[in-house]
Design a protein around this ligand. Sequence first.
Ligand SMILES: [Zn+2]
Length: 723
Amino acid sequence: MNTPSTEGKRNWLNDSIMNLLVDYYTEVQFRPYGSAATRENVLPVLRELDLGYICIYAKGHSGYTSWPSSLNTRHTILAQDMPKFFREVTREAGTLLVLYYSGLLDGIAGVRHPDWRMQHPDGSPKEFFSDFKVFISYGNCPLSGYFDEWVAVQLRELIESYDPDGIWVDGDWPGPCYCPRCRERFRNESGWTGPWDEIRTRPEFTSAYQKTWNRIEHEWRMRFRDFIKSLKPDCLYSAGNVSPRREFVGPFDWRSGDFFSPGFFNLHDAARMMRWYGTLGVPYDAYVCDTSFTHARKHVASRSKTLDRMLQEAATVAATGGAVGYWTYPTADGALVPSRMRKATAVRRFLADREDVFLHSESLRWTAILASDPATPTFGGPGVEGAHKALAALHRSPDVIDETGVSDDMPWDLLVLPEQAFVDAATVRQLARFVERGGKLLSSGASINSPELRDLLGVRLVHTAAVSDGHVILKTHDEPTGIDSPWDRLELDVCRGRRRPRRSHPSSSRESPALPGTSPPAVELYPLYLSWDQFNPECHNLPNNWPMHGQLDEQRPQPAGFPAAVGRRLGTGIAIHVCTDVFGCYRMLGDPQMLRWLREIIDFMQPEPLFRTDAPSWVDVSLRRRGGSLLVHFVNQNPGRDISRLTTDDTWVDEIPAIGPITSWIRLPRRPAAVTWQPGGAPADAEWNDGVLRVVLPRLEIHMCGVVEGADYCHGPFAGQRP
Ligand SMILES: [Zn+2]
């Protein structure tokens, strides 16, 4: 089976549910660094928390180090050799030690070696954190002498002196670099010629350059990892806050991130990243921060987040298969903060109570979001992010994959191709076979750029962005859905009817036709309607939020003359295309009208879904499996407060209200052996009748998991073919 598998690299990270990141910047030079990190302060915490690993700073983005490096980069008032101290105390506690090392970002290296600095397209140096007054940082070019003359020297010192169990690289994200070295590499790979100032204005420049940059970054990480392994083979490597595609997964012993938590970032973004990491075959974790600070609100003092919120974040990560990195800030002298460590202990207990359902499970692989555009700089983009947000709200437990996850025997029942500007022809041919054998394919917006996808759908693209605002009349609700975004004009290719499609473009391959000769034509599922008075030129004088602007005339809807969504049945499956960037819009706006329309479309595609529930949209459901058991995780992501707090600094999440009962229905061909709730193991109120298990969760605080033992579930395109 060629589908993404978790049978990849295994290491001790698979077996730990909680780690600790001590975020102790080396950047501030006017205070002693590490004077209060003592055995008395740290050792009891390590013993209490029973961590997979603790991660401490070796080098920050400024380039200052917490050890006396031979490059003379030590913190100006370094009170003690911190890796040495933590190596001793972790040995005593039996905890593994991971060192934080700023990768491509290094201020001191950039100051001493201006030639190493990354450059913007106009040739100016890439400087970071200039809004902080206490330090500067530069991106350093991976093709410069930075690795050999700087990074390799420091890595050797760290590994030979302190014997770490892992290196976690942050600050690997400042690219792309447009210095002469990197430009030359781009010209060689792309074949592009001409003056640089002309090249960089070409429309396709950004996406073309990104592909070269992805390879440069990948080589940097391979070099970094190989050097570590040459010194200590079992020292693990990860780079966090970067999210390269599956083709670049090679160097990673685990996938990791910390860009989710410090402010009150969206929980579903953390879930999305975990659901992407979960398809890559390596362990993965995410750091959840116990401190409220945001880069965007420098005038607001940092304070500790509530325990409820920490549990909510931890549950979101763990229920999607990730290990929880508890991310804390010490006091400025390096002492772990007692109240925060008590909170960490509470999180640890919460996770320990649930280890059986959090560890060693894998996604059930029911729904997937496909990111097929290799120019995606950081995995995702607005379409993928919005598709995850919508599918999670619809309780579809989506995985996120790139095109390497698309194969003839992939298990998903529903695949979403959200506004992907590029999808290769071979992938579309596999998508066609997926649909023919019963799969459901939902695409949107720019995905229609693909001529092969147009063939699959049986449509022609007549005019991109034909109107800039449109409405849809729903079949199940009396309120229309309005999407104020460009809509493409497609025409149904009716003449293709019941014969092999004509090929109007040379890129289609004749050896693997996208469609059989007997497919019915596409149909218009929803006509598009215009806003009333949309083309009155005086409308330009109204702001977009004018309350009587951009409305559908509900009594006499004015057709746009082309579809809002088209569909086509192929074999035993169905493909539907929405003619605008519905997912990107939903990501930005979270408009319930859009969600309602998407729900209607997906319910139509999956009239008998594997799973449904009456839980609210903000209860996140993860369908996973472990051994012969089906795991149904419910995470209460309700913020518990009025979140309509525009332009305020009140971003807190405090008490999270318990909810329930929640009823769910799971299609199981046979009666399961047992259904229980974890934690606690209480038998569930469950009833199996005629292929459907009905199970009631009486009360959901922050997290519960239904464990369905002996669950002989079947789903996916093959399910209907089974007896
Ligand atoms: Zn460069």
